[in-house]
Design a protein around this ligand. Sequence first.
Ligand code: ADP
Ligand code: MG
Length: 267
Amino acid sequence: MKKQSTIIAVVNQKGGTAKTTTVENLGIGLSRQNKKVLLIDTDPQASLTISLGYPRPDDLELTLSDLLNGTISENPVALDEVLIHQQEGIELIPSNISLAGLEVSLVNTMNRERILKQFLEPLRERYDYILLDCMPSLGMLTVNALAASDATLVPVQANYLSAKGLEQLLSTINQVKRQINPKLCIEGILITMVDARTNYAKDISNLIRNTYCNKITVFKTEIPRSVRAAETSAEGKSIFAYDPSGKVAEAYESLTQEVLKYDQKRN
Ligand code: ADP
Ligand code: MG
């Protein structure tokens, strides 16, 4: 049988939960384990594109919105004209603000929830992993990402309101699973921005673990809060290149191993 990539949507409707940081560092973590990895920026704010070394995404001539428009109009744009080969080994489909316009026009498109899925279908033989960086909303682009994915990974900040906000997200994921994509599973909740010096972070972590332990995997790995992680965005490289011996690199390495193990079990 031909190789089929595992497609993972990194999703949370809250901003600032480390979705983009996780897509970047998990993606590069997987590529360091000799996996062929494609990252897709599905956020019109283009944080992933910026973090991977393109500080002016609106100057890019071709992005994800052109590829999706090509799928809608059955007049495909060549992937190689859009694909960025990043120096640390991953490939990126960038985005920019034009994706916001596409999201609006999707409303009147046939099969509007499945455009991204349709676009990705022929790519599944080319990559081991395709990671989708989602925008902070549960709009049409996020629904497209969920419809196209095998699994979701949900980063949650270690604070009380973030933990509470999970309910709405999990109910949306279940709704997409029931109505559009029955094979969609929740690969796991990832607790991020953990301040190891406080008991409070431990309490939140325990709250999340106790609430979901019977239903959903909560990754053993927690991502510590560190200014080094925040600095990587401006550097255009991953934590593995920027601070290889730091605790955040260690955490993303350990998350990579958990994801690899999980997928072995599933396949
Ligand atoms: P999202 O995509 O969910 O909005 P980001 O990945 O963009 O979240 O992260 C939000 C902000 O927090 C960014 O400025 C990022 O650099 C910073 N950040 C991400 N991970 C960490 C961390 N482990 N420690 C401290 N800051 C972080
Ligand atoms: Mg983001």
